[in-house]
Design a protein around this ligand. Structure first.
Ligand code: GLU
Ligand code: ZN
Length: 319
């Protein structure tokens, strides 16, 4: 892959998961990522994160690309599909196995749940108690086709610190929060945490801009960068997610907020960008192109508090 493209060696990526349609909330994150890249001259890689087996929806990849282009976003490289070539992930897993950093896990979710000593803050993110752990340094061989076996990495019981360009100083202890985490799933596919690190390193990504739902994943990813001897580690910028009127993360329960829905009702992309611009602190909503948005965008103006989508926003878009 050519990593010398562009005016400098900096690079970011737009990494949609083809698991559903883009809505106003994730469109805001992509628009900001794109604008920061265009202002700073970072190369933009388009990567479709299509490893999440059961959640992948047919044609959602094409729809995501089409929607982003319709909003006025473009990219310099790709699209690359993670599933198109698993060899680089397998090489990373081989490396971790040879170093005695990963082990096989046969636990079911309910076994992990019943081993919890206290209810966890995030129900999706149970702390793994280490049931199947072998001593660190026990070398093994990674097998991709071992059904019903997941692979976990030894998570260091240490604080990982990083300076997030929007969220500020971060410190996370992966062992205390999630424990040894999955790097390859029972379906024989590399897990998101591993795949994203392998790709960010291979594609020369230096700047990661994404939703702050991934803030707690970042320490895991930095840990994998270090265990795999990859680098330099990227800079991170985690942005707050857009909320619905009930204060919960914008989702289907808030009605149809998909970009495709508004497009189907002849709402022009400039109106959508204009609303997103107001949500970025760029003044009262008014139609604008993605290029105008990039000209005006300023991370310092981005609200740190929650941004809420209201019926009034919906009415403005549709009138
Ligand atoms: N594919 C992920 C998503 O759409 C983003 C992963 C990342 O930015 O690291 O939520
Ligand atoms: Zn286990």
């Amino acid at each position: 892959m050519d990593i010398s493209y562009g005016v400098n060696a900096f690079c970011t990526r737009l990494a949609p998961s083809p698991t559903g349609a883009l809505h106003l909330g994730n469109a805001r994150t992509f628009l900001i990522n794109w604008a920061m890249a265009r202002r700073a001259g970072w190369r933009i890689v388009m990567r479709l994160e299509d490893l999440d087996g059961p959640r992948i929806k047919h044609d959602a990849d094409r729809a995501a690309l089409d929607t982003l282009a319709w909003l006025g976003l473009d990219w310099d490289d790709g699209p690359y599909y993670q599933r198109a070539d698993l060899t680089r992930y397998h090489a990373a897993l081989d490396q971790l196995a040879a170093a005695g950093e990963i082990y096989r896990c046969t636990c079911t979710r309910s076994q992990i749940e019943s081993a919890q000593s206290a209810p966890h803050a995030d129900a999706h993110e149970l702390r793994y108690p280490g049931t199947c752990r072998t001593p660190r340094g026990t070398t093994t061989k990674y097998e991709a086709d071992d059904n019903d076996i997941a692979w976990r990495v030894h998570a260091d019981d240490a604080t990982i610190r990083f300076q997030d360009d929007f969220a500020g100083d971060q410190s996370h202890n992966v062992q205390q929060t999630v424990g040894d985490f999955v790097v390859a799933s029972k379906a024989g596919l590399p897990a998101y945490q591993l795949a994203v690190v392998v790709d960010d390193a291979a594609q020369g990504v230096t700047h990661i801009v994404r939703g702050d739902d991934l803030l707690t994943s970042t320490a895991r990813q930095i840990m994998l960068y270090r265990k795999l001897g990859l680098g330099p580690e990227p800079r991170y910028c985690h942005l707050p997610l857009v909320l619905g009127p009930d204060g919960r993360r914008l989702a289907k329960r808030h009605g149809d907020t998909r970009i495709g829905y508004y497009r189907g009702r002849s709402v022009p992309p400039e109106k959508i960008v204009g609303l997103l611009a107001e949500w970025c602190g760029l003044g009262h909503r008014r139609p604008m192109s993605a290029v105008e948005f990039a000209d005006e965008f300023d991370l310092n103006k981005l609200p740190h508090g929650p941004v809420t989508f209201t019926d009034d926003d919906d009415a403005w878009l549709q009138n």
